[in-house]
Design a protein around this ligand. Structure first.
Ligand code: LMR
Length: 395
């Protein structure tokens, strides 16, 4: 007998909350949990550009034979261009298509472990709950760097930079490219410049997790950090996800990208990524990636996608402002003003686990246990009610 020798594995807290929310039969329940975009009706529709591209892809498809270990090349090129523009020469970019942002991180963490078996990876405190278990599963040592000041809702940048300045060439740093998950507090362009200078100085290796490009201030604005690092440091890795900005969650479209110091080093990185893919899952699913490729390379579809993405981004910014205003009006205090300053899909409210639990039990208001809220889940016509509930929990 084998399985009883194992202990039950811990549930992922984000997906555990999805199940809890589903099982709650209160009609007025509100889901501010998992990071999935919602429209004003509370649903997650297929984007119109995606629907059209999907139609063309299905119509044009003539075969289901294998694409190849590293996936859809047109997708990899289009995504590399979207992310890096002209910040780095294309012969220094090695990209493989991978199953979503998580699959991309998986490939990159393995590559890091192969290249630097003794590396310690530094994660932001706090970070997305899957980062640490993934790094540990690959066998990397994990530490944290200071990031979020829960008192003010802002980035503790001086402390973060002091930590980064103390790293060395056997250390790696995982940075959120934009729209920090879970906090919503992000680096300014000037701060990215300082991070790039620090990495250049110490030789620490950076991996960028870019899961929300276009959800913050705009595609160019959100890509600032990735482009800055790519243009300054000799080597870099980046995990791109099309789950949120193309709304392709279940299709698992992402890209693992390595930037090498020259074309030869880049070719070695690409061959290792191909080998990691082949020994992990052979090759990625094509459908979502082909949709993204078509949208990014066909001007009309691309314009439509960019317009839809802008609408989503502006809706989240509006909801942030509404919630911050509603809380300020009721409390006469600026304690939650930071919600309007944050960008992306999330804000970390700074509530205790007991307060989070109270909101779930008493108000059917669901957020992640660390008090992360999904801004897109806020029902626009119930912002006042939400503000009342949050204030009653913290008093
Ligand atoms: C989230 O943080 O809620 C999303 O990235 C979904 C996920 O895979 O956890």
């Amino acid at each position: 007998m084998m399985f009883e020798t194992l202990k039950k594995a811990p549930a992922d807290k984000i997906f555990a909350l999805v199940a809890e929310f589903k099982a709650d039969d209160r009609a007025d329940k509100v889901d501010l949990g998992i990071g999935v975009y919602k429209d004003p009706h509370g649903s997650t529709p297929i984007m119109s550009a995606v629907k059209k591209a999907e139609h063309s892809v299905i119509g044009a498809a003539a075969t289901k034979t294998y694409v190849g270990v590293t996936g859809n090349r047109g997708f990899c090129d289009a995504v590399s261009d979207l992310v890096f523009a002209d910040s780095v020469p294309s012969d220094r970019i090695a990209a493989v298509q991978a199953p979503g942002g998580t699959g991309s991180l998986w490939v990159l963490f393995q590559l890091l472990k192969r290249a630097k078996p003794n590396a310690t990876i530094y994660l932001s405190d706090p970070t997305w709950p899957n980062h640490k278990p993934m790094c540990e599963a690959v066998g990397l040592k994990v530490e944290t760097y200071p990031y979020f000041d829960a008192e003010t809702g802002t980035v503790k940048f001086d402390e973060m930079l002091a930590c980064l300045d103390g790293l060395g060439p056997d250390d790696a740093v995982l940075l959120h490219g934009c729209c920090h998950n879970p906090t919503g507090a992000n680096l300014t362009p000037e701060q990215w410049d300082k991070v790039a200078a620090s990495l250049k100085k110490t030789g620490a290796f950076a991996i960028v997790d870019l899961a929300y490009l276009g959800f913050g201030d705009g595609i160019t604005e959100d890509a600032y950090g990735a482009r800055k690092l790519a243009s300054e440091v000799p080597e870099l890795m980046l995990a791109f996800s099309a789950s949120k900005n193309f709304g392709l969650y279940r299709e698992r479209a992402g890209a693992a990208i390595a930037i090498g110091k020259d074309a030869d080093a880049t070719a070695i990185a690409l061959s290792n990524m191909g080998n990691i893919v082949r020994t992990s899952y052979s090759q990625p699913p094509d459908h979502g990636a082909e949709i993204v490729r078509l949208i990014l390379t066909e001007p009309t579809l691309r314009a439509e996608w960019e317009t839809e993405l802008k609408e989503m981004r502006e809706r989240m910014a509006r909801l942030r402002q509404k919630l911050a205003d509603a809380i300020r009006e009721r409390s006469n205090a600026s304690d939650f003003d930071f919600v309007a300053e944050h960008r992306g899909m999330f804000s970390l409210l700074g509530l205790t686990p007991e307060q989070v639990d109270h909101l779930k039990v008493k108000n059917a208001l669901y957020m992640i246990g660390d008090s992360r809220i999904n801004i897109a889940g806020i029902p626009e016509d119930r912002v006042g009610e939400l503000a009342d509930a949050i204030l009653s929990a913290v008093r």
